[in-house]
Design a protein around this ligand. Structure first.
Ligand code: SUG
Length: 446
């Protein structure tokens, strides 16, 4: 049976700001304390989603989370006469801590979960493991609500298995699909699932930047997703890539069908990696490796431009693949030149389109970070909550919603504003109607 790969994009939340919260993410550090535009952010993301929906892709959205997250502040002992007062008091007393409960980081849907299509699993169900994201404080508060969101989007438990996040201990540090790649001949056929870890939990990791994914987390996801050992590969991300600022593998690597597009310095042991992939694909398909050398694109440029944090798409009606890259790729000399040479050659990638997702990019999130890929059979697609798909009408409704509820700008001095609590809740309450999430979706609604 035919299957499609749907993309679910994380909507940028009303409190989107530049908190400088993500150690090892160079863009987050560079833009810390800048003025953000939540409205521009959500509209940029929606425009990208609409462009893909218009091109004929199955495109859905994922809801933002409740921020500031008052339950976390209460758990930490902050109190006040109202939730707005709690926020104001917490921000005044401990701004660095409070900012961790304000981030709109759930927009980066590639970190929502690891997803294994039913074609790969022994029980023939589609498995999701919400990522525990425990390495960075502001993201460690996402996973519970993430699971709730997945249950509302994919409610049919006879087809979809929504696991709990892995135990919240650094041995099982997990960042979801950003460190997971799937190669296949076609979406609905048995694929090869590639898990990329930065460290082994039982070794000593000493580096300036954290390695956010462990081998033990990857192996646990492989077991619970009931994957076949001979079609699964575990590879190690290069320390050098992490130290250069590739805090997730998807900053230096992306796939589509049998094609793996990656930077020369993405993997610790490149030839062993490619060999292992080759073996796992044996009898299924021939992997196609498109490697970008450091001489063509220095790793620092790959990370600054986010060349690889692109969506690699089988665009309807096009013979060769289309790379949907961030605008910054066009503005960086080496990546612009590389794209020109690549598309002029006879390789599998025939065109590069550029998306403006600057609000997200300034926090280290490109087009690929903003989306979660989910391969769906026809029957599975029919079982998805139909209100989350981007149609013309829903896009118009979401744009109107964003224009009504989102602030145009958030200055650093606005971040402690107690009014942010109610504003954000009003927006999210309205969204639960648009997306059919139920009136008890967010903690503040319960
Ligand atoms: O986890 N940035 C995110 C970016 C995630 C990108 N995702 C993928 N590569 N798949 C992160 O580092 C910055 C937030 C701040 O500093 O305000 C942040 O969390």
């Amino acid at each position: 049976m035919g299957a499609v790969e749907a993309n679910f994009d994380g909507l940028v939340g009303p409190t989107h700001n530049y908190g400088g919260l993500a150690l090892g993410n160079l863009a987050s550090a560079k833009n810390s304390g800048s003025i953000s535009s939540p409205r521009a952010g959500v509209l940029e993301g929606l425009a990208k989603a609409k462009m893909l929906a218009d091109a004929g892709f199955d495109q859905g959205v994922l809801p933002p989370q409740e921020r500031p997250f008052i339950p976390q502040l209460k758990a930490l002992g902050f109190a006040g006469a109202s939730d707005g007062a709690i926020w104001e008091a917490a921000y005044k007393a401990q701004p660095a801590l409070a900012l961790n409960t304000l981030s709109a980081s759930s927009m980066w849907a590639a970190n929502t979960a690891t997803v294994s299509p039913s074609a790969d699993t022994r029980d023939r169900r589609l498995h999701f493991s919400p990522a525990n994201l425990l390495t960075v404080l502001h993201r460690s508060i996402e996973s519970k609500q993430t699971r709730r969101a997945l249950l509302r989007l994919f409610p049919d438990q006879s087809r979809f298995v929504i696991h709990s996040p892995l135990p919240a201990q650094s041995c099982f540090a997990d960042e979801g699909a950003a460190n997971h790649v799937r190669l296949c001949a076609e979406h609905g056929a048995q694929g090869v699932e590639i898990f990329v870890h930065g460290r082994d939990a039982f070794e000593n990791w000493n580096s300036e930047f954290p390695a956010r994914q462990t081998l033990q987390a990857c192996e646990a996801v492989e077991r619970r997703h009931e994957l076949k050992a001979d079609r699964t590969v575990h590879i190690r991300q290069a320390r050098r890539a992490i130290e250069a600022g590739a805090f997730h593998n998807d900053v230096v690597c992306v796939s589509a069908g049998p094609i793996l597009f990656f930077h020369e310095h993405a993997f610790e042991d490149k030839s062993a990696t490619l060999n292992a992939i080759y073996q796992a694909a044996c009898g299924l398909f021939e992997p196609v490796f498109v490697e970008v050398s450091d001489a063509e694109v220095p790793i620092a440029d790959a990370i600054a431009s986010y060349l690889f944090n692109s969506q690699l798409l089988l665009w309807p009606g096009r013979g060769r693949l289309v790379l949907l890259a961030p605008k910054e790729t066009e503005e960086t000399a080496s990546t612009k030149a590389y794209c020109e040479v690549m598309t002029a050659s006879n390789g599998p990638i025939g065109e590069v389109k550029f998306a403006d997702v600057r609000q997200s990019m300034r926090n280290g999130g490109g087009p690929a970070c903003l989306r979660l890929r989910v391969v769906l059979t026809e029957a599975e697609r029919a079982a998805v909550n139909e209100k989350v798909w981007v149609t013309d009408a829903r896009y118009a409704e979401l744009v109107d919603w964003a224009n009504t509820h989102y602030r145009e700008i958030l200055m650093p001095e606005d971040l402690g504003d107690p009014a942010l609590v109610d504003e954000s809740r009003t927006a999210l309450d309205a969204l639960t109607n648009i997306l059919g999430l139920g009136s008890d979706f967010y903690p503040f609604q319960r």
